[in-house]
Design a protein. Structure first.
Length: 395
């Protein structure tokens, strides 16, 4: 008796609804939680068919479900959970997760239904979908506007550079451009990036692939625009003579491992970066920031122009006379006719297609390497990959 009283207390105070029916679909018991969900009193439900709590077509076919199970023994929902709709007394419908189990009791079959209301979850999911869709529209509008602005500024810069005869006038124009770019672009880009990260965080519980896809698109668009902005800023500083290398000793292997870990996070699916160092020493005296920028530029190109499921080789070597940095990929390669222009500003090989880029990365790498007395070489074959090498003399 004590166990029966305890079980009854648990059922009566359960948060989820619990209903039992016989093998003819007649309700035998219903707990308070279920009564609250459906808007009935126990007296209005007990003794009636369970299909009074179901909207069509389930209400019309429920007896067939039971009859089919009795004859075939093949369960439709018994022993399984699924999402269905319930019909309240006032005629409104609501979603819930239904789990049904079969119990043999006193020589007869009883079916237990456990009901978990999904109304709040569904409402929250719809709100999040609407918010994500709205944010995506805003980001697409801002991204389109920023791309048009960057393109217009690039065209204006090229036209003015050709027409200006004095280096002083050109320098002033570039300074205004950098000042405007820093103020106008970085703040909205940071806001968009933060909003995308917050959406990704709040959407984790819903496991919705569409939200993840659109958040990834937002982050990718912001990343592309940030790269364009950084390339312009780096080029302006180089041409204005504002970049002065600072030679300090540092651990090349440690730096390379940090870069490898950082770039692996943005690599494509199943792209693997393999790093290896050769030499008994790992300490080198160069400008660490300029070298890091060179390696990241080369690594970004390797990732960008290689496909999924590929390897990217990253090697460093310190011997008695030189420090050598090599980045090799198995990507689309560079056509022979384009190779002589590869390090020119704003030049892009004609086989890059729709792959985003400014054509400034390799120009910046070559100029940074030159500031550190280094030289950039490469070997490339179309559809066979490309290998870039930066050679720094130790003397």
């Amino acid at each position: 008796m004590e166990n029966a009283a305890l079980l009854n207390a648990i059922i009566e105070n359960a948060i989820d609804g619990i209903i039992t029916i016989d093998d003819r679909g007649t309700v035998e018991t219903i707990n308070p939680a279920a009564c609250k969900l459906f808007g009935y009193t126990p007296e209005e439900v007990i003794g009636n068919k369970i299909n009074m709590l179901m909207p069509p077509p389930d209400s019309e076919q429920h007896d067939q479900y039971i009859s089919r199970y009795e004859h075939t023994g093949k369960p439709h929902i018994i022993g399984k959970g699924r999402e269905v709709f319930g019909l309240r007394k006032d005629g409104s419908k609501f979603p819930f997760r239904l789990a049904v189990s079969e119990v043999a009791y006193s020589g007869r079959k009883i079916y237990n239904g456990f009901i978990h209301d999904l109304s709040r979850e569904k409402e929250a999911e719809e709100q999040l979908k609407e918010y994500a869709a709205h944010l995506e529209e805003l980001v697409e509008e801002r991204t389109s506007s920023l791309k048009k602005t960057v393109f217009a500024l690039q065209q204006a810069k090229e036209e003015v550079s050709l027409s200006l005869e004095k280096e002083k006038e050109l320098g002033q124009l570039k300074s205004r451009f950098v000042s405007m770019a820093s103020h106008e672009f970085r703040t909205p880009l940071s806001a968009v990036q933060l909003s995308a990260s917050l959406i990704e965080k709040y959407a984790v519980g819903f496991e919705n692939p569409n939200i993840s896809k659109h958040v990834a698109k937002i982050k990718n668009a912001v990343g592309n625009l940030t790269t364009i902005l950084n390339d312009f800023l780096s080029l302006e500083k180089l041409e204005a003579g504002k970049v002065e290398p600072e030679f300090n000793s540092f651990d090349l292997v440690k730096l390379s491992e940090e870069i490898t870990e950082e770039m692996q996070m943005i690599a494509k699916q199943n792209q693997t970066i393999i790093y290896q160092h050769t030499g008994i020493s790992s300490v080198i005296k160069l400008d660490q920031n300029l070298l890091k920028n060179c390696i990241i530029n080369l690594m970004s190109n390797a990732i960008k122009y290689s496909g999924e499921n590929t390897f990217i080789e990253f090697n460093t070597e310190i011997n008695s006379t030189n420090c050598i940095v090599t980045v090799k990929d198995n990507g689309i390669g560079i056509p022979d006719t384009d190779q002589k222009h590869l390090f020119e500003a704003f030049f892009r090989a004609h086989n890059t297609g729709n792959i985003p880029g400014t054509g400034l990365g390799l120009n910046i790498v070559a100029r940074y390497a030159d500031l550190m007395r280094g030289k950039v070489d490469f070997k490339s074959d179309v559809n066979q990959g490309t290998s870039f090498t930066i050679n720094f003399p130790l003397s």
